[in-house]
Design a binder for this molecule. Structure first.
Ligand SMILES: [Zn+2]
Length: 133
């Protein structure tokens, strides 16, 4: 099953201390220097690639690896009451609805290239109105 730790960049997650764009640049630069093979950076989970093709939000950012396609953004929300593999967000309404839930959830926005399976975490933000005592 797809899980957040299957995303490139997500394992280095330490909220507030990691700039995902820096981590992404470092990875791309390692690839360009030949220190990482394409299969090491283009390892998107099949579920993620399918979500990218069906629900991905188009961008004007060229894929840094294959340079043949633009990357798309896929959002997953993880949290209590949601499947362990997260809920893939298919519309802004769906996200707005989750934001009103009284729970502590996190939305992972992932950059994916549907052509070569490059993937990297773009950002993570909190979702839901967690109860505060
Ligand atoms: Zn690509």
């Amino acid at each position: 099953m797809f899980r957040p730790d299957a995303i490139q960049g997500a394992t280095a997650r330490e909220p507030g201390t990691v700039d995902y764009r820096l981590a992404r640049q470092a990875l791309v630069s390692e690839f360009r220097k030949g220190r990482l093979a394409q299969h090491e950076v283009c390892d998107a989970h099949p579920e993620l690639v399918r979500a990218a093709r069906q629900l991905g939000e188009p961008t004007s950012i060229e894929c840094p690896i294959c340079e043949r396609d633009n990357v798309v953004l896929v959002s997953y929300v993880f949290g209590p009451g949601l499947p362990a593999f997260g809920r893939c967000i298919s519309s802004k309404d769906e996200l707005a609805k989750l934001k009103r839930q009284p729970a502590d959830m996190a939305c992972y926005v992932v950059e994916v290239c549907p052509t070569c399976s490059w993937n990297h975490l773009a950002r993570v933000f909190p979702v839901g109105r967690a109860r505060r005592s």
